[in-house]
Design a binder for this molecule. Structure first.
Ligand code: N01
Length: 485
């Protein structure tokens, strides 16, 4: 059995960030378990045409590893994946990664104060576990009758079939979320006919992407402070948007004006205009999605899909749309509780969270000593970079590890601290646009609520995690198994 101080589950953006910060803190005794055959998470899996980040790259990168060489304001997926791999290699993190190694189970041994992990490559014993599995890592396949009987080619946007040439094909796209909005404009010019099946229209917001000039990049390399200033400007711009999304009328007016300019046909515009408040669902950052839908070879179908037939899609109006390719832009399972670990009481998170997910600061869970999550419950954001939430979590975890080791004990959040924190988050969520805006969305993943989003400014979350608040934790002593404050 391999024995390590820390096991990180998942070698995507946040897991690698954790590993790099551990290195910087002088902690070298850790492994990253990665179920796939390469690192990179989302940016390894999503390779569809047009795939790019929808938050400015200066903000969607580690604050401790700025990249002066982003080629565009919104970098494409390949560049982000290269960045992740380069930064991991530069910090000598690669050698800690165990590829093709899936966490299959694990239990907390309270006597030894260690996690006993089962993986597809054998047992691992760790004092601390950091779960960094990613909130949107498993594609969601729609539950549409007949999907298996389709005789053409079908694939999900996150598993793009690059061997399948779309040129001249009759292509159907199910879904009009952020992913479809990126690949539809890319594939539209080459396909014969594009049928876009829209269940709900989405609000869009200007992207204004542009190349970053060689001069700018040289300036960022020579004067890193300039890049920090650009990042700070983007940070505050996005916080402003986040605030405005909670008072949406002004943004809706801008979005409507833009739609009027981009979609001249009133019938199509009516189909594409949401009947809920902007911000209720994730706003799509795009300049070319709606224009692509106006092209002659594109039809937007809003009739309910009844079934997939061997040769196409049948909708509620009786029409059968003939297709030879079907692309599922149907999103992801939201924050799947993929974590099979059993805590101190022997229950898994799935069992513990039957009636809703609850964690402390989205990071720790009562009953799970020395266990930490990155991008856990209520750490999602509709307006800015998820890394702005993951980074304070990472530093908080390192503080927690140091505290635990100073005390010679395991740390476990107090149930009452977790409950009070969650009551506060629920109360602050209650009057947000996500709950009151009149839409259904993947944000609303709990009966009557959300364990996805953080209600408030990013700074408030960052301040809450600025230091490890040991007073809200119990120490479990490895030698005596007693609990002490
Ligand atoms: O997925 P989505 P996505 N029948 O869930 C529709 C991030 N992201 O992959 O709106 C018919 O947004 C569904 O309809 P409705 C970003 O956080 C980031 O596009 O539920 N339609 C919707 O239109 C984003 O928010 C980036 O009514 C069905 C679509 O499928 C998140 O990932 C790029 C259906 C799913 O949209 C997810 O985006 C892309 C059914 N049975 C994404 N089931 C970057 O930054 C679902 N739909 C790179």
């Amino acid at each position: 059995m391999r024995s390590v101080r820390i096991a990180i589950i998942g070698a995507g953006f946040s897991g690698l960030g954790m590993a790099i910060r551990l290195k910087q803190a002088g902690i070298d005794d850790f492994v990253l378990l990665e179920r796939a055959d390469d690192i990179g998470g989302t940016w390894r899996d999503n390779s569809y045409p047009g795939c790019a980040v929808d938050v400015q790259s200066q903000l969607y990168s580690f604050s401790f590893a700025p990249n002066p060489d982003w080629s565009q304001v919104y970098a494409p997926n390949t560049e982000i994946w290269d960045y992740i791999k380069r930064v991991a290699a530069e910090h000598d993190v690669d050698r800690h990664v165990l590829l093709n190694t899936e966490l299959q189970g694990g239990t907390w041994d309270d006597t030894a104060a260690r996690w006993r992990l089962e993986t597809s490559n054998g047992a691992i014993d760790a004092r601390y576990v950091v779960s960094a599995m990613g909130p949107l890592s498993n594609p969601a396949l729609p539950d549409i009758p007949g999907l298996d009987n389709f005789t053409g080619t079908v694939f999900h946007s996150a598993r793009w079939d690059h061997d399948h040439d779309l040129t001249g094909k009759q292509v159907g796209v199910i879904g009009t979320g952020s992913s479809a909005a990126q690949f539809v404009p890319e594939i539209q010019p080459s396909v014969a006919q594009l049928t876009v099946f829209q269940r709900t229209p989405h609000w869009t917001f200007p992207r204004m992407n542009r190349r970053i000039t060689a001069l700018e990049r040289a300036a960022y390399r020579r004067f890193p402070v300039l890049q920090r200033l650009v990042r700070a400007r983007q940070y505050y711009y996005r916080e402003l948007i986040g605030t405005l999304l909670q008072k949406p009328r002004a943004l809706e007016a801008i979005a409507r004006l833009r739609m009027r300019a981009q979609v001249r046909d009133p019938q199509l515009r009516a189909k594409l205009t949401p009947d809920y408040r902007i911000g209720c669902k994730r706003v799509i950052v795009t300049d070319d999605f709606h224009p692509a839908l106006t092209r002659a070879n594109v039809e937007v179908v809003t009739e309910k899909i009844l079934e997939v037939t061997p040769s196409g899609v049948r909708t509620a109006d009786g029409a059968e749309h003939q297709l030879n390719t079907l692309i599922l832009g149907t999103g992801f399972e939201v924050m799947p509780i993929a974590d099979p670990l059993r805590g101190r009481g022997g229950d898994t998170l799935t069992e513990r969270w039957q009636h809703g997910r609850s964690a402390y600061l989205g990071t720790t869970v009562a009953g799970f000593p020395n266990y930490f999550m990155l991008v856990g419950p209520n750490t999602g954001t509709g307006h800015t970079s998820v890394l702005l939430y993951a980074e304070p979590q990472i530093d908080y975890i390192i503080d927690a590890v140091r505290h635990a080791e100073r005390q010679g004990a395991a740390v476990e959040v107090r149930q009452e601290a977790q409950d009070a924190y969650n009551a506060d988050v629920r109360a602050r969520l209650a009057d947000t646009v996500w709950l009151t805006g009149g839409c259904h969305s993947w944000y609303l993943n709990e009966p009557g609520g959300s364990s996805v989003l953080w209600p408030g400014h990013t700074g408030r979350f960052q301040r809450a995690l600025a230091r490890f608040d040991h007073e809200n934790y119990t120490l479990r002593n490895a030698r005596t198994q007693n609990t002490a404050s």
